[in-house]
Design a protein around this ligand. Sequence first.
Ligand code: AMP
Length: 216
Amino acid sequence: MSNLIFFGPPGAGKGTQAKKLVAQMDIPQISTGDILRAHRREGTALGKKAQEFMDQGLLVPDDLVIDMVDDRLGKADAQNGYVLDGFPRTVPQAVALDELLAKRGSSISRVLVLKVPDENIVARIVGRRMCKECGAVFHMEFSPPAVDGVCDSCGSSALYQRADDTEEKVRVRLTEYAHNTAPVAAYYAQRGIVREIDGVGDIDEVFSRLSAALED
Ligand code: AMP
């Protein structure tokens, strides 16, 4: 079974690569950022609590995110594997994930770490645009939509820039990553399930490196 974690700094390409892989493997992409944004759009209590943290580029408190993931992993489509994208983001989240997987007689099979230097991250993030309707991700310069402002995947013209995709917020998110998230890779490294992938290059190039890392 493929219970995968996509790991790396904001803007490393986790979401983009996860979308390609799940299309091929027929397992769901579970992005805690996407789920939180959906809660905000729907105005749920969780969405309201998460809002202030997200807009500042800070991490949402662990307990909120862990309960949300527990719920998501219980859904029928996640019983044959999944790609976790943006979770776990702290060591306590990784410990909680182990516990909730153990409860289900399951475990993480591989952690794929996308390595992208900080100097590339800012350019990637500030040029990023997302589709409000289907979540497809574009980049104004590196992977623009075929028709300006229109989503290639669903045809909607609801492409937007995330409120936390500004240079100022990226710096905060990179600090959060360095302090809270980077140590999660070391947590899994002792198990021999971590593979590092060079995340610099075009989308297909990175995807073939990633596919090779899943084979070994
Ligand atoms: P992302 O879409 O993965 O870049 O996440 C966007 C924002 O959602 C982050 O900056 C956090 O505020 C919040 N978030 C997403 N996933 C997590 C997580 N696992 N733990 C805490 N906060 C998260």
